[in-house]
Every structure is written in C-alpha cells, then in structure tokens.
Design a protein around this ligand. Sequence first.
Ligand SMILES: [Zn+2]
Length: 104
Amino acid sequence: MVASMEKKEKQEKDIRVLDTFIGFYCRSKHKSPKGVLCEECKGLLDYAKLKREKCPLDPKPTCKNCHVHCYGKLQRAKIREVMAYSGKHLMLRGRLDLLWHYFF
Ligand SMILES: [Zn+2]
C-alpha cells in the first residue's frame, strides 16, 4: 500500500511540474494570461498527463533512457521544446527546485 501511495505522489509531482513548464511556456510564447492555456498547450498537457498516468514502468526511468518511447513523434518534439524553453528560463530565475530531468 505504501508503495502505491509513493507512486501516486511521484506521479502528482511530475504532473505539477508539467503544469508549471507548459504554463510558463504558453504565457511567454503564446501570451496567454496566467493560469490559462491556449488550445495547443492544453492539448499537450492533457496528452503528457495521460502518458504519465499510464506509464507502465515502475520506477519510472527518465524518458531519455526509456525503451518504450510512448510519446508520438509530434508530441515528443513539442514537449522537448517546451521543456528546453521553460527549463532554461526557470533555471535563470533560480527555480532549480523545478528542474526536470525527464527530457534532457
Ligand atoms: Zn500555448
């Protein structure tokens, strides 16, 4: 039981990070108001959340080292762009706590 709770917590943490990264990207790149995502980014977030929830591997490896490659080609390119963009900017602001290693 404890293990499954830990799994859930990790999943929720990852999803919060996804939220933050995609939200930041959308605000800066697409000029969306805070807390609002454009259609494209909302679609990407939903997709990423679903993939995270459905990840069959436990413990989850970093996506770079994963053999499943569950993301579609398009979504993978998009999320990498988001992660690189937001990662760089959040790091410059000292948000190292948000550093996400999944896509690097
Ligand atoms: Zn957007």
